[in-house]
Design a protein around this ligand. Sequence first.
Ligand SMILES: Cc1cc2nc3c(=O)[nH]c(=O)nc-3n(C[C@H](O)[C@H](O)[C@H](O)COP(=O)(O)OP(=O)(O)OC[C@H]3O[C@@H](n4cnc5c(N)ncnc54)[C@H](O)[C@@H]3O)c2cc1C
Length: 398
Amino acid sequence: MVDFNFTEEQELLRSTVRQFAEKEIAPKISEMLQKKRIPDSIINGMRKLNLFGMTVPEEFGGMGADAVTTGIAVEEISRADPTVSLPVMFLVHNAWSYLISKYAKPELKAEILPKIARGEILTGIASTEPNFGSDIGSMTTTAIRHGDKFILNGEKSFISLVRDIKENGGGYVTVAKTDPKKGTAGVTLFYVPYDPDKIEITPLEEMGREGSSWGALRFKDYPLSEKYIIGELNGGFKLIHEGFEFARALIAVISAATAMTCINNGVEYMKSRKAFGQPIGKNQGLQFQLAEDVAKMEAATTLGYKALWMYDEEQKNGKFSRFEVSKEIAIAKLLSTTWAFDAINDALQWHGAYGYTKNNPQELALRGVRSFQLAEGSREIMKLIIARETLGRDFMKS
Ligand SMILES: Cc1cc2nc3c(=O)[nH]c(=O)nc-3n(C[C@H](O)[C@H](O)[C@H](O)COP(=O)(O)OP(=O)(O)OC[C@H]3O[C@@H](n4cnc5c(N)ncnc54)[C@H](O)[C@@H]3O)c2cc1C
């Protein structure tokens, strides 16, 4: 059976978030650009709608939503914020809070999940290091046991939300080696609360995502009790991919929604802008480009939701294997982020020189969406996953 319908509750959520996005997010983008941060009024509005608690179970005050429903909310948010700053905050926080909800120890869940759901604390992901990104197994950050504590030391780089977590409060799902001799079998996930005495932050300037923040984290002899282990000791390598995959599938939906907004802007412009005595939209050359971009974005959205649905089916019913889900999600992220970037570039071109002016939606979106060909797994890593699952592991480079 194939059913492309969303449920009544999902449609209701879509229209609620759409109204919020149109009224509270879209009009505040210029304020975001000016202040280079997400306005507090937007964060407060998201708190009221429980959008920081989407993946947190209801017993802790969250919405307990599945991945598809989470995708619906972020699709609507993405339509209103071409910089993708808010979609990034939403996706990182909700995808990685899901992992905490699923695998953290009961005492940690009771302590932090209600705050996460209320948006009092934000969740980030600290995996990449200055010398290793794609190759997670080569990380050098360690959390070595001393008595009843694990002492965390090392540096993580290119981490999203560093200023937001510093100012708002929160912590990072952090990957570290607890048994360095064992390679990927000696990797553990921790929840590491932000603590200014134990984490040094170095902000980084980035190409886009004006309202977001980015930077490096240095952990300095940070003692963590067992309570902060997510999942099993030395079981982190497998778990981290569950977080990445949720985030990747959300990125597929975000990229397509952002590009669709730019295409719609382009359509309006094509109807009104005249050249050689007629609206530029009457040129079949532009119509064909438009048609291809619309077709690709519809396919990308469908692939994104299929990826989220498979993730839900695997998580809830064990219907698909981890690897089947990885492959579909890699396909969705690879195609959506590539096609969306190209479609946004087309929409920028249709606007002529206006397209090249600073801070017009297409220019903002181009710089923002470009990040998704790297963040949460690069496009080359998506291709490696697809090839591995298609050819078989024997064909992977050893
Ligand atoms: C905007 C942004 C936000 C980010 N936010 C976070 C965050 O919040 N938390 C976090 O932990 N990380 C974050 N990252 C880091 C991101 O996850 C990494 O950039 C990504 O995983 C790639 O790692 P790398 O940059 O170290 O590149 P490398 O792994 O060093 O790779 C360099 C290049 O070589 C390619 N490559 C590597 N191996 C292969 C191979 N076997 N075959 C073919 N090509 C290969 C890569 O695709 C890439 O193009 C963010 C990055 C960006 C750009």
